[in-house]
Design a protein around this ligand. Structure first.
Ligand code: HDE
Length: 702
C-alpha cells in the first residue's frame, strides 16, 4: 500500500510503514529521523559512518568485518569499462526526429509514414583517434551516430561528419586505425595524425586520397557539433511495401549552417578549453537553444547507379548534390542532456546492423564489414550479451524473444516456453508479413578476394573536392598538409605524399613541396586509371559557401573593464540578442566590473581564462582609464592579436585604440569596426559572415 505522507508534500511516501523519500528520477530513498536521505550499501543496509573505516581502536589495524568499506572500494576499483577502440571521446544528447512527409512510396519504415510523427532519438558525437580524455579540437573525423527508437525497432545511423572514408574494404580498418593511433613502441602522439605511421600508411594507400582532402580541410576542426554536417557514408536501401528497393544516401544538415575554426585557433582552444565542443552542446541545450539538423536523402535507382561516374558501392566516393539533389525528409532536434554520462553516453551501443523493416543494406564492402564488427565490440566493452537490457540501448517499442540468461540478465522469458515452435501455445512467433525482410537482391559470382575495377579511380573526386573549395579553404588544406607532413621524420614518406598530390592538383602539390623544403619534385604516383580533370566543382562541398545567414547560436566576447561605456555595451548586447547570438563578458577579474553608469556587470571569464579563441567575434569596450593596465598584460594583447590573426570581426570603442596598436593591429579592414551608437547594428548584422578571409594572406599564420 502506497500513500502520501504529509510533510514535506509530495516528497515523502510511506510504504509498509517505512517512511521513504521519492528522488528526482522517481527512485525511493530511506529517510533518517531528521528527514535527510540515508546513505546505504548496495545491498540496502543503512550506513552509520562514511568517514572512517572500521578499525581496532582509533589507531589500530582495519578489520575484515567492514563490509561497507570492502564493497565501496571493490566497486570503485571496477568503475571503468574499456573505452571504445575508435571514437572513444564522445558526447551525447537526447532528442527527437520529426517526419516531414510520408515516404511510403519509397520505404515501409514505420517512422517515415506519418507527417509530424516524432520518434525519440539519442545522438553521440565523437572524435575517432584520441582516447576518452583527449581534447575536443583534434584534427580528426567526427562521429555522428544517431539512434532512433522507432515503433519497429531501433535504427542506428552510425555516420561521420565526412561523407567518404579512408578505405574501401573493412579488412583494412585495423590497419588504418593502428596507423593513426599512438605509435606502439613510444605511445605517442595522442589524438593526432601528424606522425610517421599515419602518413606512411596513407602514402601507401592511394584509395585514401579523397578522404585525406576532407581530413586536411577545415571539416576536421569544426567550431561546434551544432555546425557540422553528418553523413551515412554508404549507399543504403529503402524498401517499400511492394518489396521495391530504392538506393539512398543519408545526409544531416545543420539548421544553423556550417562553421569551422582555423588550425592555429584549434591548437589554442585545446589548451584553453579541451572540452570546447561538449561544453558548447551542454550550454546550448541547457539554455533552451536546441540544435537542429535536417535529415536529407539522395534517392536513386539501379539505372542511375549504372550510369553514374563512379561505383555507388565505393565508400570513397560521393554523389555530388549538384548531380543528385539532397531532399529533406525530417528534422532532428536535440533537447535534453543525459541524466548520467556513463549510463547513457558511455554505455550506448550503436550498431550499423540495427535497421527497422524498410531500411536495408547495399553491398558496400565497408558497410558489410561494419555490420559484422559492431556486435563484437559491444560485448567487449559492455561485458555481457545482455547489453540491450540497458535502458539506453533497449528499444522503446515492445519486444519479445527467447533469448535468456547470461551475465546480468534483467529480463528473461516468462512461462514454460523458451523455444519455438512449442505445443504450449505460448510465446511469440515469426510474421512473414510484418517481419523484417532482407531485400532479395540477385547475387551470383565466384568466391574471391577481389577489389572491383570500378573502385580503381582514387584521385578524380579528391581533385573535385579541392577545386570546390574557396581560396581560403584551399589555403587551409595546403597548410594542414604542410603541418602534418612537417611532423613526419622520414623524408621519403613526405615525398611519397607529394607524388599523390601531383595527381590531385599541381599547384597544391608544389605549394606543399615548397613549404616542406623539398628541392626536387617527385614524379606523380602511378595510377590505375587516368585521373579526371573534367568533374565540375560542387559548391555544396565548401564550408564557407554554406555558412550561417546570421550570427544565431554564435558567441560574441566583450572585453570590459571598470568604466566601460554602459550604453554601448547594452546596445551591443541587445543587438546580439536580436540575432539570437550569445554574449560573454571578459574582464580583468571574474568578479565583474563597475560600468560608466555605476552599474555592476558580472563577468563570465577573466582575461587569462577567456582567450579570444573561445569566441566567434569580439568587441573591445574598456574604460579609458584602465587601458594602460591592459597594455601591460600579454594575455590582453594576445586576445586582440589572435582575434585579428584568426580573421574575426572586432568591434572597438575609441578607448581601445591603444590596445589594438599594442597588439599590432594597425592596418584596419572592414572587419575592424569602431563602435558607436550609429554603427552597432551594422556591425552586428555583418557578424553572420563570421570571418574576414581577405585578411588572411596578410596575417602571419599562412
Ligand atoms: Fe565505426 N566502429 N567502424 N565507422 N564507428 C565503431 O563500435 C568499424 C566506420 C563510427 O558513438 C566501434 O561501438 C569498422 C565508418 C562511429 O558509440 C567499432 C569499420 C564510419 C562510431 C567500429 C568502421 C564509422 C563507430 C567502436 C570499417 C562512418 C562511434 C566502438 C569497416 C560511416 C559510435 C563501437 C558511438 C564506432 C568498427 C568504419 C562510424 C569497433 C570495422 C566508415 C560514429 O565497432
Amino acid at each position: 500500500m502506497v500513500r502520501k505522507a504529509s510533510t514535506p508534500k509530495d516528497e515523502l511516501v510511506t510504504i509498509h510503514d517505512q517512511h521513504l523519500h521519492r528522488g528526482k528520477g522517481g527512485e525511493l530513498h530511506q529517510v533518517a529521523e531528521d528527514g535527510h536521505d540515508i546513505l546505504t550499501t548496495a545491498q540496502g543496509a543503512p550506513i552509520d559512518d562514511d568517514q572512517n573505516s572500521l578499525r581496532v581502536g582509533a589507531r589500530g589495524p582495519a578489520v575484515i568485518d567492514d563490509f561497507h568499506f570492502r564493497e565501496k572500494i571493490f566497486h570503485f576499483d571496477h568503475e571503468r569499462i574499456p573505452e571504445r577502440v575508435v571514437h572513444a571521446r564522445g558526447y551525447g544528447a537526447h532528442g527527437f526526429f520529426e517526419t516531414y512527409e510520408s515516404l511510403a512510396h519509397y520505404t515501409k519504415a514505420d517512422f517515415l509514414q506519418r507527417p509530424g510523427e516524432k520518434t525519440p532519438a539519442f545522438v553521440r558525437f565523437s572524435t575517432v583517434a584520441g582516447s576518452k580524455g583527449s581534447f575536443d579540437l583534434a584534427r580528426d573525423v567526427r562521429g555522428f551516430a544517431v539512434k532512433l527508437y522507432t515503433r519497429e525497432g531501433n535504427w542506428d545511423l552510425v555516420g561521420n561528419n565526412i561523407p567518404v572514408f579512408f578505405i574501401q574494404d573493412a579488412i583494412k580498418f585495423p590497419d588504418v586505425i593502428h596507423a593513426v593511433k599512438p605509435e606502439p613502441d613510444r605511445a605517442f602522439p595522442q589524438a593526432q595524425s601528424a606522425h610517421d605511421n599515419f602518413w606512411d600508411f596513407i602514402s601507401l594507400t592511394p584509395e585514401s586520397m579523397h578522404m585525406i582532402m576532407w581530413v586536411m580541410s577545415d571539416r576536421a576542426i569544426p567550431r561546434s557539433f551544432r555546425f557540422m554536417e553528418g553523413f551515412g557514408v554508404h549507399t543504403f536501401r529503402f524498401i517499400n511495401a511492394k518489396e521495391e528497393s530504392t538506393f539512398v544516401k543519408f545526409h544531416w544538415k545543420p539548421k544553423l549552417g556550417l562553421q569551422s575554426v582555423v588550425w592555429n585557433e584549434a591548437v589554442k582552444i585545446n589548451g584553453a578549453d579541451p572540452d570546447f565542443h561538449r561544453r558548447d552542446l551542454w550550454h546550448a541545450i541547457q539554455s533552451g537553444d536546441f540544435p537542429e539538423w535536417e535529415l536529407c536523402v539522395q534517392l536513386f535507382d539501379e539505372e542511375f547507379a549504372n550510369n553514374f561516374d563512379f561505383d555507388v558501392l565505393d565508400p570513397t566516393k560521393i554523389i555530388p548534390e549538384e548531380v543528385l539533389p539532397v531532399e529533406p525528409i525530417g528534422r532532428l532536434v536535440l533537447d535534453r542532456m543525459p541524466d548520467n554520462f556513463f549510463a547513457e553516453t558511455e554505455q550506448v551501443a550503436f550498431m550499423t546492423q540495427n535497421v527497422p523493416p524498410g531500411i536495408g543494406f547495399s553491398n558496400d564492402p565497408l558497410l558489410q564489414g561494419r555490420n559484422f564488427s559492431y556486435l563484437d565490440t559491444q560485448l567487449k566493452r559492455l561485458g555481457s550479451a545482455n547489453f540491450s537490457h540497458l535502458p539506453i540501448n533497449a528499444p522503446k517499442c515492445p519486444f519479445h524473444h527467447f533469448q535468456q540468461d547470461g551475465h546480468m540478465a534483467m529480463r528473461n522469458p516468462i512461462g514454460r516456453a523458451n523455444y519455438q515452435p512449442n505445443s504450449w501455445g505460448e510465446g511469440p512467433r515469426e510474421s512473414p508479413v510484418s517481419g523484417y525482410r532482407h531485400f532479395p537482391s540477385d547475387e551470383v559470382g565466384q568466391k574471391v578476394r577481389l577489389r572491383p575495377e570500378s573502385f580503381a579511380d582514387h584521385y578524380s573526386q579528391a581533385r573535385q573536392f579541392f577545386i570546390s573549395q574557396t581560396l581560403p579553404e584551399q589555403r587551409h588544406i595546403a597548410m594542414a598538409l604542410t603541418f602534418e607532413l612537417s611532423k613526419v621524420e622520414t623524408p621519403v614518406i613526405r615525398e611519397r605524399m607529394v607524388s599523390h598530390l601531383l595527381n590531385i592538383d599541381e599547384t597544391l602539390a608544389s605549394k606543399v613541396a615548397n613549404a616542406l623544403g623539398i628541392k626536387k619534385m617527385p614524379k606523380p604516383a602511378d595510377t590505375a586509371v587516368e585521373p579526371r580533370q573534367d568533374l565540375d566543382p560542387s559548391p555544396a562541398l565548401s564550408i564557407v559557401k554554406n555558412g550561417p545567414k546570421r550570427f544565431e547560436g554564435r558567441k560574441l566576447g566583450i572585453l570590459v573593464t571598470d568604466g566601460s561605456d554602459a550604453a554601448l555595451v547594452q546596445a551591443l548586447a541587445g543587438a546580439i540578442a536580436g540575432e539570437k547570438g550569445i554574449v560573454e563578458y571578459i574582464a580583468p577579474t571574474v568578479g565583474g566590473v563597475t560600468m560608466s553608469d555605476g552599474a555592476f556587470l558580472a563577468a563570465q571569464q577573466m582575461i587569462d581564462g577567456g582567450p579570444s579563441v573561445l569566441y566567434d567575434a569580439l568587441a573591445l569596450i574598456p574604460g579609458a582609464d584602465f587601458v594602460p593596465d591592459l597594455l601591460k598584460e600579454a594575455t590582453a594583447r594576445d586576445f586582440v592579436a589572435d582575434a585579428f590573426a584568426h580573421c574575426k570581426f572586432i568591434g572597438y570603442a575609441a578607448a581601445a585604440i591603444p590596445l589594438l596598436e599594442k597588439a599590432g593591429v594597425t592596418e584596419l579592414d572592414e572587419g575592424v569596426v569602431e563602435l558607436g551608437s550609429d554603427t552597432v547594428e551594422a556591425f552586428v548584422s555583418e557578424l553572420g559572415k563570421l570571418r574576414v578571409w581577405a585578411r588572411e594572406p596578410s596575417t602571419k599564420l599562412q
